[in-house]
Design a protein around this ligand. Sequence first.
Ligand code: AMP
Length: 422
Amino acid sequence: MTYTAPRGTRDILPEETPLWQFVEQKAREVFQLYNFHEIRTPIFEHTELFQRGIGADTDIIAKEMYTFQDRKGRSLTLRPEGTAAVVRAYLESNRHKQEPLSKLWYQGAMFRYERPQAGRYRQFYQIGCEVFGRGGAYQDAEVIATAQQLFAAAGLQNLEVQVNSVGCPVCRPRLKEKIQSFLGANLAQLCGDCRTRFGSNPLRVLDCKNPRCNEFLVGLPDLTDALCADCRTHFQSVHDYLDALQLKFQVNPRLVRGLDYYTKTVFEVLSGQLGAQNAVCGGGRYDNLVEELGGPALPAVGFAFGLERAVMLLQGQGAAVPGTLPYIFLLPLGAQADAQAVLLTAQLRRAGVPTEIDLADRGLAAKLKTASKLQARYVYIIGDNELHEKCGQLKDMRSGGQEKIGLAELAEIVAAKHREKN
Ligand code: AMP
């Protein structure tokens, strides 16, 4: 009997982890530049938090949550996204009473029962951020700039930033009416999902991936005309600030997001390289969610990006980050040499040198083969002959050159070589 990873999950193997760590590191650095602080929330939350926060009409709530009961019959859900939990933690820790402005970032696994395909998984990883306490358009532009700088720092190329406004509770009904009256005559021709959404959440029809539904959207009038004066001014200011920050962007009047909590600005970062799953990053403003989740009326804005997709893009560009290899491989030959080698591994590692050891009872040729396979930069051979001289042979695996080095000096000499290399 062998086992495979559950459908929609995958292992991130050591060949890939250096690239993941690289993106994570760039994110950490850029968040620091923008004064964000890391927050870590639990992997599961009370189901109600997501039901309230994300909106009952969304795909996530309707069909994608991993929900289970614990032993006391409480309904818990593996987090499908980060924002609701960060808002919960922000309120629970009373930061809203202490900080006039909170900028938080997070990273971790998210879970959605979606149909798996390239770039879409049931367990996937997001890095995201949330800003609480600033309602002005500048903050929207700054959050978009954060995402943009982060992707630039990671070396991601050919990305496009698209922005739109989905209005607020004042003008949203007008936006919905506009879509409903435009599509009404063709309602029967739309896909099942769109027919359901038509009544409750017609904005989501704009986001339908079905090409037939898209055909019926051709000629849809510009919805920004239906925005209220406040939302229109806000959207214009976002453009102005994006220009001031020298950020390139496109207005996509059809851009809406899969989560219900957005107000005013929404944005996505897209790549032509990803096929159907072309969004790397999505976000926007959500001025009503904090209040909806039991807090004060407090404006907020944020984004999240998918690590799988960011890493896929980097791989597509041919980016590779080498993993750490053993710098020195100790090859003792015999019981007495083994004891010395064990001592040396400790010294070398304490001196900061990535070290491996082969204590197997076998000959030098076999040990050299292993060291070479594992791409050790140097090997140190300790045989019985050398042992009574208290030294061993340091072999450079690239040049093949060999020199005699005392056991007592080895750690210092190799640590110096390793420092020089780095
Ligand atoms: P969302 O939370 O749906 O706004 O998604 C934000 C970003 O997370 C997307 O742009 C993707 O990069 C990523 N993402 C969302 N869902 C998945 C998934 N099922 N598998 C992999 N990445 C995902």
